[in-house]
Write a protein that binds this ligand. Sequence first.
Ligand code: ZN
Length: 76
Amino acid sequence: MEVLSLLLLLAMLGLLSTLTGGMREDTRARRRWDARFDFESREVRRTDATGVLMCRSCGSSGSERAGCCPRCGAGL
Ligand SMILES: [Zn+2]
């Protein structure tokens, strides 16, 4: 009976590790998707009709017409 419970425990542990491994794989894929989405949204922002660009140095938004960041002065 003890051997059987030990085997059951080992089987449970194996299943658990498989599940967590699968979850890790899932989060990695989601992170990759997030990165792609972030990149695409940034691409859209660059050609935004409103003319507002996000500064790559400090992250604040400045108008496209000004050409430089109002906070740090870096080129947009
Ligand atoms: Zn800036």
